[in-house]
Design a protein. Structure first.
Length: 246
């Protein structure tokens, strides 16, 4: 395992064992505790403890289904986003990390995220991208993450984010009121006619589709697939044309 990469990951706040397990998962793309142990050289009981911490932090997801638990590392750019681009060495090594992450894998990568920290990390990654297409209810997001909309708007005004966003929102007074504030910061916001409330949130950004459920126990499914995103973008463009101005 590359010691330089491990040191860079540790500089982002990971312990040596967390960095070792995370890098092993990047190289594996997805794997069991036994496979991680074989590649990393760590004992399996330690692997389980470290995986639990990485899942809670939102850096690793457990794949649903199957008799044996399988795990997958999330895109390393999430670490960069969380540290707000302050880790220069990590930024320089990011292309190499992403090469490991995408090594020989053409099939979609699917992550299941159910921790609050993990979901928030993905939202932060969305608004750090250049472009994003949102179908969201600000009210639902603010219920799960209090004052999230106000915080994002404040950071937009400070120039922390430069995302060019298109937002489709439900046709209710609460969401429209917040939507008008997003319009003030140069976001394009339109209303979904006939849709008063929504418990689901869809976002397209980069080569990713994030689907978030804000039911009693919120969770997110994150899919990385250029082909799927391009197909979904055509569908969302049709929905955009059917929407109305705020």
């Amino acid at each position: 395992m590359d010691k330089d990469l491990q040191k860079i990951i540790e500089s982002a706040g990971f312990s040596d064992k967390e960095a070792t397990v995370y890098l092993a998962l990047l190289e594996l793309s997805q794997g069991t505790a036994a496979q991680i142990a074989k590649l990393s050289g760590l004992k399996r009981p330690i692997i389980y403890v470290v995986l639990e911490k990485l899942i809670k932090g939102g850096y690793v997801s457990q794949l649903p289904g199957g008799k044996i638990n399988r795990y997958q590392a999330l895109d390393p750019s999430i670490i960069l986003t969380e540290k707000q681009l302050t880790l220069k060495n990590f930024s320089e090594m990011l292309p190499l990390l992403q090469t490991l992450h995408n090594k020989g894998k053409d099939r979609p990568k699917i992550h299941y995220i159910e921790t609050k920290e993990g979901i928030w990390n993905i939202y932060e990654e969305m608004i750090m991208s250049k472009e994003a297409f949102f179908i969201s209810s600000y009210v639902k997001i603010d219920k799960y993450f209090p004052n999230a909309s106000a915080q994002w708007i404040k950071n937009y005004k400070k120039g922390h984010y430069n995302v060019i966003g298109r937002h489709l929102i439900p046709d209710n007074p609460e969401d429209i009121k917040i939507g008008k504030k997003f319009v003030e910061i140069k976001q394009v916001v339109r209303i979904l006619p006939g849709i008063k409330y929504s418990d689901m949130d869809f976002t397209l950004y980069k080569n990713k589709l994030a689907i978030t459920s804000f039911e009693e126990n919120p969770f997110m499914v994150l899919i990385e697939s250029e082909k799927l995103v391009n197909s979904m973008r055509l569908f969302l463009e049709i929905t955009w044309r059917a929407s109305k101005a705020i």
